[in-house]
Ligand binder design. Structure first.
Ligand code: FAD
Length: 284
């Protein structure tokens, strides 16, 4: 399939991007790596008369670690996340998750901004950002505002972002403790059947805090606070592990699709979470 005809714009800065969004309203859409948007246009599931390419906007680039805060520009690619020495040191869960996204060709193009702004429940970064309690910075005609990743997702492909706003960066405090990102997929290059992001802190052989988020098990990413609480005070074995998985099962709401029936997805969710907790615990 080829997409419907569209006008193509390549502004050099955010001022130009916002001006185009204001001029064309609902008929305009920004494009980052294009690896979610272009397939939708080719399948005629998205008809976009005015396409605004963000590739030349240098304000959206770069990874920085300043004090205890990590900031990632919206146009940073998954390939850059994997190869950033600063991120490997500050937040290694990003590399562990990014290497499990698609394949190298997609990761050369797919961006952090596109992945989190898209609102696709199958994308890996939204749950990961909820696990890290990240903040999303949006720029619109009235200036900047910040939204917590945990408040951003409303339904599948529906987020708190207004049509004339662009996500410019993602930031979060350097996570403490140990991490794991575990994903089950049908084959290399596929989206998750289920995935789990886990960050754990521990002291004296016991968990002091746990942040747990699940992917592709509802129409939004799921932060399971109850699952995290079930681990606190434990050594992540036996009853505590079972309680965490049971609490997570209460929070997710998978639906049947070509990745399997609901019962299978719940089973896979339990397996990926158990593995992620075990791996994170082994790293504490
Ligand atoms: P685009 O496709 O350019 O944009 C996606 C949407 O976000 C569009 O609606 C666009 O308007 C909007 N948008 C983009 N940037 C911004 C911004 N800065 N502000 C506001 N809105 C913005 N992803 C996974 O997470 N896990 C996978 O396993 C996975 N597998 C894949 C397999 C294949 C074969 C392919 C083609 C893609 C796969 N992806 C997967 C998706 C890939 O990671 C995408 O590239 C990513 O989700 C979207 O990023 P993008 O930069 O390509 O965004």
């Amino acid at each position: 399939m080829i997409p419907a005809a569209f006008e193509y714009y390549r502004p050099a800065d955010m001022k130009g991007v916002i001006a185009l969004l204001q001029e064309h309203g609902d008929d305009a859409r920004v494009m980052a790596g294009g690896h979610s948007l272009i397939p939708m246009m080719k399948l005629r599931m998205a008809d976009i008369p005015h396409l605004i390419d963000l590739q030349d906007v240098s304000e959206l680039e770069g990874i920085s670690v300043d004090g205890d805060t990590v900031r990632i520009g919206a146009m940073v690619t998954q390939h850059e996340l994997i190869n950033s020495a600063a991120l490997a040191e500050a937040a290694p869960i990003l590399k562990e998750a990014s290497t499990q996204i698609a394949d190298p060709q997609v990761r050369y193009m797919g961006t952090v901004g596109g992945n989190v702004a898209n609102g696709d429940p199958a994308n890996d970064m939204p749950g990961l950002m909820q696990c890290l309690d990240a903040q999303f910075t949006l720029l619109g005609p009235d200036g900047e505002r910040t939204v917590a990743a945990r408040d951003f997702y409303e339904a599948a492909f529906m987020t708190d972002r207004e049509d004339d706003e662009v996500l410019i960066s993602v930031s979060f405090k350097i996570p403490k403790g140990a991490h794991a990102y575990e994903k089950q997929k049908r084959k290399i290059g596929d989206y998750a059947t289920a995935a789990a992001a886990v960050q754990i802190t521990a002291e004296g052989g016991k968990v002091t805090s746990a942040s747990i988020a699940m992917t592709n098990l509802s129409d939004t990413p799921i932060l399971s606070e109850a699952a995290g609480e079930a681990l606190v005070g434990s050594d992540c074995s036996g009853a505590a592990l079972k309680a965490a998985v049971a609490a997570m099962q209460e929070d997710i709401d998978p639906t049947e699709d070509n990745r399997g029936p609901v019962e299978f997805k719940r089973h896979v969710a339990g397996i990926v979470l158990s593995r992620a907790i075990a791996r994170a615990w082994s790293r504490t």
